[in-house]
Design a protein around this ligand. Sequence first.
Ligand code: 3PG
Length: 402
Amino acid sequence: FSTLDTLDPKGKRILLRVDLNVPMKDGKVTDETRIERVVPTIRELAEKGGRVILLSHFDRPKGKVVPDMSLQPIATALATALGRPVSFAHDCIGPDAEAAARSMQDGDILLLENTRFQPGEEKNDAGLSAALASLGDVYVNDAFSAAHRAHASTAGVAAHLPSYGGRLMQAELEALYAALENPERPVGAIVGGAKISTKLQLLENMLAKVDMLAIGGAMANTFLAAKGLQVGKSLIEKDMLDTARTIMEQAKAKNCDLILPVDVVISEDFIAGAPTQVVPVTAIPDGWMALDVGPETVKLLQSKLAGLKTLVWNGPLGVFELPPFDEGTNAVAQAAAQLTQEGKLKTVAGGGDTVSALRHAGVLHKMSYVSTAGGAFLEWLEGKVLPGLTAISTTLEKTLPI
Ligand code: 3PG
């Protein structure tokens, strides 16, 4: 797609799709990451004299006006982050939005109400796409984290206007491209999480791309069980045992070093502070469950990381929300962070719980790149083409900015 390097925003109405779907509690933003990460694009466009009209969804109001899901409180947080005023319109189309857009001066910033208040948004409705497009002269998509949705504000609108990728979109794609499409090798992936069933496509795509794949989280239990080990009352997916065996065979055939835990931290109860034991994976007693990787696994992963040039990280290795079952994830994340800081490893992380796990480990800002995306990051790792990218692409391929 075209980057902002090829756009002169002066005097133009820039319809800028961002992702302001941020965590909120009691009307206050509790994590500003997505706001902070979109500031450079907004600032660049406004400082160059563009009239910046922001579009975003928030939460899942399902086409209805849900006052608790208004973007209005986020306008305030955004204005603080930008150090510039941000005005607000109470709808994303219609007379309110049109009047607010008409009264803008060069450099002004306007946030429109939650696009998902419109029933046409998630249907990628042609009428809504045209109505949104009528507010702008050009469309810029800076919402990589919503690019897996084929919605009016992420896809449909792009057909009506000259379209560009914003600075955050560009950074996300450059990082992902450098990690998976054209990585410095050896490249490895750490994939954690509870279920193989939700990560099957991701695992298969990773096997084709990486030299080492480490599996953690409850997903690893299913692999251990598939190898014929007793896993006590650990969480496993019985209907995925054959799939796990196939993945292990594929890894061998593709010469991908598949790493499973060699020891685990076990407990009889799934509660914080429950008594624990560390056992080899061959000695999980009946009635106990694996909730984290053990110290030998941590050492193994640390030595594997030391042999890599690039690492993609998705998902925690244990139940990190429940200390002490955070220790494995913390130790491996800290090792990855240290290698990154020493310039020996390029680490790209993202998706779902990953950001909280890395923040919890105190290394969120020590990775080379942390994606703002959850589902979109996963879909990229699965090798899917993202409709939000296709819509602004100058070619139909999933490519780097051109
Ligand atoms: C996200 O938080 O991953 C994006 O904002 C997309 O939200 P959605 O899953 O509700 O489409």
